[in-house]
Design a protein around this ligand. Structure first.
Ligand SMILES: [Fe+2]
Ligand SMILES: [Fe+2]
Length: 272
């Protein structure tokens, strides 16, 4: 599998913070300072309650890591001379991720019965990470155009499946933001394709191709559907949404985007 590509079932929410090909998150502990007061219906059964606390804490840790991902993306945008409107959108997205993390740690804390929050996230990350336009475009395709677009669809599906009104409300708010974040990734790639040369186009096309191959290898199973009333999709539902999102949204949009660049490119020897 291509380095830097996050398999669907290892990334829980939104834009991953990839370090040397692995999605990094902070450790979760009984810590205060990151939870919003959310009051879902807490089941009486201790095993179910414990499972919900653990699953929501994991999702919250990924939301928290997305803050770092957008902070790094902001620096990357500056490093490649991207326009101000993209930098502003990246900074706003980082703020949205703080809100998502607090909402999700709020749910984890409610199910846990005491405050749950993130410990120290190990940053800065990898020395020598490539920030040239082609590398950044490939990373944005993987982490934004693919992972975030599919995450936005998954979260919307989880909101629909949720029976608890508090959980549903949290998921609906996050899904709306995640859709905006995925649009930012697509806007960046469109800009990069216009600003860069053929190597940028090749990097984008390669990363979309990797996504298509990686997701088509997924195997569905039917476990975990029991948590869907509390907003945690089972893996069968996740795979279904991802496969459909890839086929109906990501790949058609990628073809359109890459086709636009081909049309815009001058014919070889056209002026000869
Ligand atoms: Fe996001
Ligand atoms: Fe998020």
């Amino acid at each position: 599998m291509e380095q830097g590509f996050a398999p669907a079932d290892t990334v829980e929410a939104g834009r991953p913070y990839m370090v040397a090909g692995i999605a990094r998150t902070a450790p979760v502990a009984m810590l205060d300072g990151w939870k919003d007061a959310t009051t879902p219906r807490v089941p009486a059964e201790p095993t179910l309650r414990g499972e919900l606390a653990a699953r929501w804490a994991r999702i919250a840790a990924f939301e928290h890591a997305s803050v770092a991902s957008f902070a790094r993306f902001t620096l990357d945008l500056l490093a490649v001379g991207a326009p101000a409107e993209l930098v502003v959108a990246a900074q706003k997205a980082g703020g949205d991720e703080v809100r998502h993390a607090r909402l999700c740690f709020g749910l984890a804390s409610a199910f846990e019965g005491r405050p749950v929050g993130p410990g120290a996230l190990r940053v800065p990350d990898e020395p020598g990470r490539k920030t040239d336009l082609a590398s950044l475009t490939a990373a944005t395709v993987r982490e934004g155009c693919v992972a975030e677009t599919l995450a936005a669809l998954e979260i919307a599906a989880a909101a629909e499946a949720a029976r608890d009104p508090v959980v549903r409300d949290v998921l609906q708010r996050i899904a709306a933001d995640e859709a905006t974040h995925s649009e930012l990734a697509w806007r960046f790639v469109r800009w990069a394709l216009g600003a860069g040369g053929p190597e940028v186009r090749a990097a984008a096309a390669g990363a979309f191709g990797d996504a298509e191959r990686a997701w088509s290898m997924g195997v569905a199973s039917d476990d975990e559907a029991a948590l869907e009333p509390w907003g945690i999709l089972g893996s069968a539902a996740r795979r279904r949404v991802q496969a459909q999102g890839l086929a109906d949204v990501v790949l058609p949009a990628a073809r359109l985007l890459l086709g636009e660049v081909e049309k815009a490119a001058p014919e070889p020897n056209a002026r000869a």
